[in-house]
Design a protein around this ligand. Structure first.
Ligand code: PMP
Length: 448
């Protein structure tokens, strides 16, 4: 055996080698097909191998691929910034480009803190987030993440930022009912602000729909309106982490549009380039930029590859493709179809406790007992087993936290927005087989 050099997520796991992708399928070097039921990590939103994107890539590469942002601006970067602002209903955002979702949220944090500094409010430098949240793997982003598993090793190096309750109706942290709870989870933010003091808080960050740390958890109606009202009243900026929900995934261009809320800052990643190139962005509303424009006139953030023309051209082509093929509407209608199919599946499978989500960002939570929502013990590794079985059958789904930090075992199903109904039928069939095989194994284990 030749020694290995590439550090893979699990070092002794035998990953197949991908050969190519087309539409919603990926193919490995043995010719096996995989239905990309989670767009990789909720990223490949327009599917694989789209010729228009490859053309845009080649065209830009034939002009110039890289310029350093402190020497040049470029047409694609300028156009992309304007386009993103135009897509947001408020239409008054600036864009700062980075390379990953983690950088986008971390930059949002830095800009929020800088905003207050420019106003002479130097004490406002904490960011509140929620338990069961994920905003990225870099130290700043991880400091804002309520993701026990990913933080654990680095606790001594992380900022001790406050966290508030997640809007997790299936397992309400206050043991209340969504119909009569009066949004206690949103009011938990106000309680925390009063405890810590608004003079110490720069921003509150949240995912419109909880992704990796929960499995497509949609907050109750009115939650974000209340959150924004609380933030505004206490002079705290609201950062929407739309890395997973952004760019048509939920049936609107931005996940927060469903709630009728315009965030002060927005982090984008994943779907922005649909996986064709590393690309992410921090959108910043005019009023947040205003003191910076009047003050130091420069954002203290950025990377060598920030706003590089190659990635910007690719993202522009992705946005064009999404608009031309009306993929936000497709996410909405195909999401309704997929949701109905998964709910139908849940009827016959007692370990499916909850099916939830919006558009084509759906989650399934697994339970030992549907009646009392009893969780499987973490050691049973249910999420991992289901994902593994599905993988062997040629179906890719995405793990949510998996019974940590109060979250149950859950997976995310989020195929490319171009998926057809026939492909959705296949996805659900493969998933059913995978879940049933794990159930059979569990029955054998408890019998033996
Ligand atoms: N925020 C959210 C909501 C995410 O889902 C992710 C990635 N799963 C990130 C931030 C971090 O993005 P990246 O992995 O591109 O750094």
């Amino acid at each position: 055996m030749e020694r290995e050099h590439l550090i893979k997520p699990v070092l002794d796991h035998p990953y197949p080698t991908v050969q190519y992708g087309k539409g919603v399928f990926l193919y490995d070097d043995q010719g096996k097909a995989y239905l990309d039921g989670a767009s990789g990590a909720v990223t490949a939103g327009i599917g694989h191998g789209v010729p228009e994107i490859i053309e845009a890539m080649t065209e830009q590469a034939s002009k110039v691929s890289f310029v350093y942002r402190s020497q040049f601006t470029s047409e694609p970067a300028e156009k992309l910034a304007k386009k993103l602002s135009d897509l947001e209903p408020g239409g008054d955002y600036w864009a700062f480009f980075v390379n990953s979702g983690s950088e986008a949220t971390e930059t949002a944090m830095k800009i929020a803190i800088q905003h207050w500094q420019e106003k002479g409010r130097f004490g406002k430098n904490k960011v509140i987030s929620r338990r069961m949240s994920y905003h990225g793997i870099t130290m700043g982003a991880l400091s804002m993440s309520g993701h026990v598993l990913r933080r654990r090793r680095f606790i001594p190096l992380l900022e001790d930022f406050p966290v508030v309750a997640p809007p997790y109706c299936y397992r309400c942290p206050f043991k209340l009912n969504a119909a009569s709870c009066k949004l206690a989870c949103a009011d938990d933010l106000e309680t925390a602000i009063k405890r810590i003091g608004a003079e110490h808080i720069a921003a509150f960050i949240a995912e419109p729909i909880v992704g990796a740390a929960g499995g497509a958890i949609v907050p109750p109606e009115g939650y974000y309106k209340r959150i924004k009202e609380i933030c505004d009243r206490h002079e705290i900026l609201f950062i929407a982490d739309e890395v997973m929900t952004g760019i048509a995934r939920t049936g609107e261009m931005f996940g927060m549009q469903h709630d009728g809320v315009e965030p002060d800052l927005i982090a984008l990643g994943k779907g922005l380039s649909a996986g064709y190139t590393p690309m992410a962005a921090t959108l910043v509303k005019d009023h947040v930029m205003a003191p910076i424009l009047q003050g130091s006139k420069s954002i203290m953030a950025g990377h060598t590859y920030s706003a590089n023309p190659q990635s910007a051209a690719v993202s522009l082509a992705v946005l064009d493709y999404i608009e031309k093929h009306q993929l936000a509407q497709a996410a909405q209608s195909r999401g309704v179809y997929l949701m109905a199919k998964l709910r139908q599946l849940a009827d016959g499978i007692e370990i499916i406790g909850d099916v939830r989500g919006r558009g084509l960002l759906l989650g399934i939570e697994f339970v030992r007992n549907r009646d009392d929502k009893e969780m499987f013990p973490p050691a049973a590794g249910i999420t991992a087993r289901i994902i593994d079985k599905a993988f062997h059958k040629g179906l890719l789904v995405y793990p949510a936290a998996g019974a940590v930090d109060g979250a149950g075992d859950a997976i995310i199903v989020a195929p490319p927005l171009v998926i057809t109904e026939a492909e959705i039928d296949l996805l659900v069939l493969l998933l059913e087989e995978a879940v049933r095989e794990v159930m059979d194994e569990l029955a054998r284990e408890s019998a033996g």
